[in-house]
Design a protein around this ligand. Sequence first.
Ligand code: SF4
Ligand code: ZN
Length: 724
Amino acid sequence: MGGITLEDVVILSAHGAKKIVSEAEELLKKAISENGENQKISFPDTAYYLPLSYALFGFEIKTLKDIYLSLNTVISIINKKQSEPLKYVLDNGVATLLAEEIITAIRYLYNQEPQPDCEGFFSDTILRTLGIQLVDGRLSGFAAILGAAPDNKTAVEIVRELQKRQILVFLGSSVNGKSIIDQLKQENVEMGWETYVVPYGRDTISLIYPLNWAIRAALTFGGIKPGDTEQIIKYCKERIFAFAIALGALDEEKVATGAGAINVGIPIIADTDIPEIPQVLVKQLDHKKIVQTAVDVRGLKVRVREVDIPVPFSSAFEGERVRKEQTFVEFGSKYSKSFELLITKNLDEVEDGKIELIGPDIDQMGYTLDSPELPFAMPLGIIVEVAGKKMQKDYESIVERQIHHYLNFAMGIFHMGQRDQNWIRISKQAFKSGFRLKHLGKILHFGLHEHFPALIDKLQIKIITDEHIVNELLKEARKIYEERDERIAGLTDEAVDTFYSCTLCQSYAPNHVCVITPEKLGLCGAYNWFDGKVAYEINPKGMNQPIPKGRCIDPIKGEWEGVNEFVYKYSNRAVERFCNYSIMEYPTTSCGCFECIIAIIPECNGFMVVNRGYTGMTPVGMTFSTLAGSVGGGNQTPGFLGVGRLYLLSKKFLVPEGGLKRIVWMTKELKEFLGDKLKKRCEEIGEPDLVDKIADETITTDAAQLLEYLTKVNHPALSLPPLI
Ligand code: SF4
Ligand code: ZN
């Protein structure tokens, strides 16, 4: 195929933009004539209206009529005289994206989106989940692929190369009617958020979904105000590690859309002969090199992990499920006895890298891939013995928790739970590739050294499948688990003189600080006080710093001089006071990763709690994602607070406001998650029936009905002092 010149690009982009803009115009006219101009319009589960036009211009589009705000801007952009060709192309690009956003929003009105097997619009919930993964390093970046590879094998290779580097892949568009989505489907590549391979749509217009996802990140995590175009684009360029790979011939729609992507800070790498713009538009005709070229152009820091096992290994596979029919053998859950335990030993007792199998391997049980009774179950004990000059007993459970992450990184291996509640599956495919039990040991040897380089000098692994020995060791393991629980459960905020900070989320929410205390974990739920302590000891220059409490200003609200000083300094002087246990007075900041949001319901004199993942309505008239939009960004918002789920069980839970007695509504899912522990807390505070008095979505999501219910059950919140 002959190459295209810059002149071609100018012409193609102008044609593409005109075509898509007039499609948007036509569609809007039709929608208004059929539904009236006051017809409401929105993407599902977002607080950002039509995100691109909201981010770039601050337009709050709620009805078909409002769309003219965006459309008129689009038309004035494409009609603007522009003598500089590159600027002209980029302007056309932005107009194209805005028009595409209009088209897809109207398609939603007509239930034409999402397309079959495609994700369509990415919700705010997904935005936040991916945000934290980018922050904690599970993800190194985002790739949007558009078009199709010359053959299926190349398509799979490109996607695997991206997965290996922890890059989330959005797939879509097509070339001559062929889409990479279908190429992967034909090759049985598992697609979905869990595997980091997400189809968005089969036409070029739907490339707007990943783009207006990226633009929303600037608002949510960057705390940038809508309409501050320059800052938003800067944020996308610097913080959202996204790029696009265009496979196959470029048509006018792709050129126009691509120009738009470039304009919002996303570079494009194409496999065709195009005019290059350094760092922005680059060609790589060799498919084997295209991913590396993209990574270099975008300047991504990626890690490819070479572990000596017969299956691919990457955090991209962490969320991969191994379904029953795909499973060769499983351990634990209700199928067999299984446990995992990590203990500290002296340096001379450990031989680094030694892996011992005690009992038969999975190919010695009389089952083959053709056995009709698959999957079968086996007992399993995994004991990791570590030694290190800096290793301490207190760290064991934190190090042990990484077993979960690393085993899941192996493709075809599934791990859930912890301790004696774990559940492991090995897929038929992995077995066929030669995966055996010793490879579990190889993974852990690699993973724990990688994760705790300063802590662990040596480690060895025992894998036990002999039923008798598993049972014996399980008894000992349970004793150790109990001892650990007692140690952590007993720890109070008063008993320590140092808290720990976490500022991991500042890369997204620059003024956010989590103050982690023994009785209040980080709001993402992933870091408790011990984690903070260990993380600091391992890496004293890292994101977790000790906070000397200093003089206590108010023990009820949880305010200390030392904490205030620390927060002031580390929030870029944006926050002066933190009342750690309060939601109404100087509450802690919320970044965007909170497991739950607590929100005031003034008419009920109490608070509701909604967890991430609950998509329904709540009594404050907002969904989780809408609420998240106003709570996040590193701000202090009295009456609203992001927290980790386990904080609800803490004795320091909203102490000045009355604690659990103030909770009038929470989702059923959350009640179930907290279970008996929540009941126990209610008993401790002298309200044994409180769990039933707290309403959930099966009772009502309406504030007025909620108040009726609370009155009927005589909820304690109603007799507490007024909140405002
Ligand atoms: Fe972010 Fe706080 Fe979790 Fe750290 S503890 S990762 S700052 S939410
Ligand atoms: Zn966060």
